[in-house]
Design a protein around this ligand. Structure first.
Ligand SMILES: [Zn+2]
Length: 258
């Protein structure tokens, strides 16, 4: 079977709304419609009718366009139970590990608490791609609004467990700002330097820096590198420091940095 087709639509200040089409069935879904009008305009230009809306978490900049897609297209709204309780008109709750058929594609929910307690990533298993919302960003990760560093580190570990070639679609275009922090932490990491140059080129042409891949994030995202011995040395932490406390230190530094 052929892979799903993904379109990232810029929304709000720096969000992405994802539109996914499964070519065999012609089915269409929308991930995190965070601004009214953005997805409907794109869909209308193609005559596409979404049957599903997936919400990674409850923040307004990810759910603001839900209702117009539900009422305009009778699309079914899907979210986790925890965050779904804070989202209006959820039609179906998807728990960790539950799967959803989407034409020839299978979508698996991965619970990734931390940014919010019910944050969910959506893994398109056949096509090998994942929507990570505000959990994993290009060279960064989301702030801990509701969860603990231990929860967020566990969530990032789950995403790191996906195959390296898995394409990563994030909820925001933050790669360049994150790149500057990554370079401060690891000034000698050539993969970060190369990726920064590529991101500058893409943003210069007003193109998304996404998708990245899980493998690329492992090489360039400091938050995914909290398990490494050299990261402890860089942060002046003892070798015995647990991975989650190395992660917590990185997250604090990023919060202070901006
Ligand atoms: Zn958020």
């Amino acid at each position: 079977m052929s892979a799903v087709e993904v379109h990232l639509l810029p929304a709000n200040k720096d969000n992405y709304v994802g539109v996914v089409r499964e070519p065999g069935s012609g089915l269409v879904l929308v991930v995190d419609p965070g601004e009214k009008g953005v997805a409907p305009e794109f869909l209308a230009a193609r005559g596409w009718r979404p049957s599903l809306i997936l919400n990674t978490h409850h923040h307004w900049d990810h759910v603001n366009g839900n209702d117009e897609l539900r009422s305009g297209f009778q699309a079914q709204l899907i979210a986790s139970a925890i965050d779904g309780a804070k989202i209006a008109n959820v039609d179906r709750v998807l728990s960790d590990g539950e799967r959803l058929a989407f034409g020839a594609e299978t979508i698996r929910a991965i619970a990734v608490p931390g940014h919010t307690l019910g944050h969910t990533a959506f893994h398109f298993e056949n096509s090998g791609l994942v929507f990570t919302g505000d959990t994993l960003f290009g060279m960064g990760c989301g702030r801990l609004f509701e969860g603990t560093p231990e929860q967020m580190w566990g969530s990032l570990r789950r995403l790191m467990g996906l195959p390296d070639e898995t394409r990563v679609y994030c909820g925001h275009e933050y790669t360049l700002a994150n790149a500057r922090f990554a370079a401060r932490i690891e000034p000698d990491n050539e993969a970060i330097t190369e990726r920064t140059e590529e991101a500058e080129r893409l943003r210069g042409g007003n193109q998304p820096t996404l998708p990245s891949t899980i493998g690329q994030e492992k090489r360039t995202n400091p938050f995914l590198r909290a398990g490494r011995t050299d990261m402890r040395r860089r942060l002046n932490l003892p070798e015995s420091a647990p991975d989650s406390s190395v992660f917590a230190r990185l997250r604090e530094m990023k919060d202070d940095w901006g």
